[in-house]
Design a protein around this ligand. Structure first.
Ligand code: CP3
Length: 351
């Protein structure tokens, strides 16, 4: 694995994503900018979450916080998967999860959805990315963009918010499949345009979050989710930015994730990483997959878990160290710091 002098974080991440040799795995965390950081809460004071997403200065500031505060080696755009949705003509609020005033359930509502050019409806997202790229020139830390996947966005749009069973959505799959297909088609088109515009604005890798796709049986996943991932994978400008595919609760659909052939398969903690890495092999790199709650463990225990994850990931062509889902608001800052320090200690082990 050795490649001579230490790599800068941008090179290390991009190489790991593409399965090229690196000195050790790069590290970042999903939801690394958030309420577990007192510094984030200070910037967030007095503004709503959506205002914060639109405020370029504040969004840039909190995007950058995890580099210094917890030693993260990538910056992810501060935003939310729902930011481009109001531009389709749907009102969304955060309480704190997304709430849709009028759930989208009829053919007429789907027909009425616009597929806007995100550069026109959410220009601030691209301004945040461009500003971040300039800020990151010095530290040479990579910049990540992201989007919600069509199925996960549809799940919230149909239910009207989060749900335990997503039974309204599943009812639509059997009672009005053509309405759901039309909704997914529009969301897929938006997602492709949104991610490509982020790449254009400076994102060096992009992650697609399909948090709820793992709710489906393998057959339903193949019917409803796989085609959306394939289309996105085919239409992204992947020569310029590797594609990271995250599916929540997706142990049973791993082979479908591999079939899409993203640069990186991002796994949650319910998946056995050693087994997954063997199955992924040379097809993709792997990202993950510590349970965010494990960050409550003592520093030494976190180091041991990180060493075990790095070892388990070896059969895959590359490894990006990350959590299996986002940091929770009660995540201890010192646990996050221990996690990134542990990644850096892997280089010493290797030499
Ligand atoms: O990872 C990052 O640091 C980048 C920012 C980011 C946020 N949301 C910020 C956020 C990203 C990548 C997301 C993605 C997102 N948002 C997903 C997919 C990934 C996942 O976590 O499963 C989903 C399903 C959402 C929808 C969403 N947004 C929920 C369910 C919630 C409420 C839960 C919570 O953590 O509060 C949000 C709000 C949200 N998104 C916050 C942040 C920092 C909290 C807002 C606040 O400050 O009150």
């Amino acid at each position: 694995m050795s490649v001579g002098p230490p790599l800068d974080p941008t090179e290390r991440l991009l190489r790991a994503c593409r399965g090229e040799p690196v000195d050790r795995p790069p590290v970042w965390l999903m939801r690394q900018a958030g309420r577990y950081l007192p510094e984030y809460r200070r910037v967030r004071e007095g503004v709503s979450f959506l205002e914060m997403c639109r405020d370029v200065d504040r969004a840039v500031e909190v995007s950058l916080q995890p580099i210094e505060l917890v030693g993260s080696e990538a910056v992810i755009l501060f935003s939310d998967i729902f930011v481009p949705i109001p531009g389709m003509g749907v009102e969304v609020d955060f309480q704190p999860g997304p709430v849709v005033a009028e759930p989208v359930r009829s053919a007429a509502q789907v027909e009425a959805l616009r597929v806007p050019d995100p550069r026109e409806t959410v220009p601030y997202v691209f301004e945040i990315l461009a500003t971040l790229r300039r800020e990151l020139e010095g530290p040479r830390v990579p910049l990540l963009g992201f989007a919600g996947a069509p199925f996960t966005l549809a799940a919230y749009l149909v239910e009207g918010g989060g749900s335990k069973s997503f039974s309204t959505l599943k009812r639509m799959m059997v009672r009005a499949p053509e309405v759901l297909r039309a909704l997914l088609a529009r969301l897929t088109e938006l997602t492709v345009a949104y991610l490509n515009a982020q790449i254009e604005a400076g994102a060096q890798a992009v992650q697609l979050f399909d948090t709820w796709a793992g709710l489906l049986s393998p057959q339903d996943y193949a019917d409803w989710v796989l085609p959306t991932h394939r289309e996105i994978a085919a239409k992204l400008d992947r020569a310029r930015a590797p594609f990271i595919l995250y599916v929540g609760n997706g142990a049973h659909v791993l082979d479908f994730m591999i079939e899409v052939a993203p640069e990186v398969v991002s796994l949650d903690w319910r998946v056995d990483l050693a087994d997954a890495a063997r199955r992924i092999g040379s097809h993709a790199s792997v990202q993950g997959n510590l349970d965010p709650c494990a960050l409550h463990a003592p520093r030494e225990a976190i180091f041991a878990k990180v060493r075990a994850l790095a070892e388990a990931a070896r059969p895959a062509r590359g490894h990006v160290l990350n959590l299996g889902h986002g940091c929770h608001p009660d995540t201890p800052v010192e646990g996050v710091r221990a996690f990134t320090d542990a990644a850096r200690s892997l280089a010493e082990d290797a030499s």
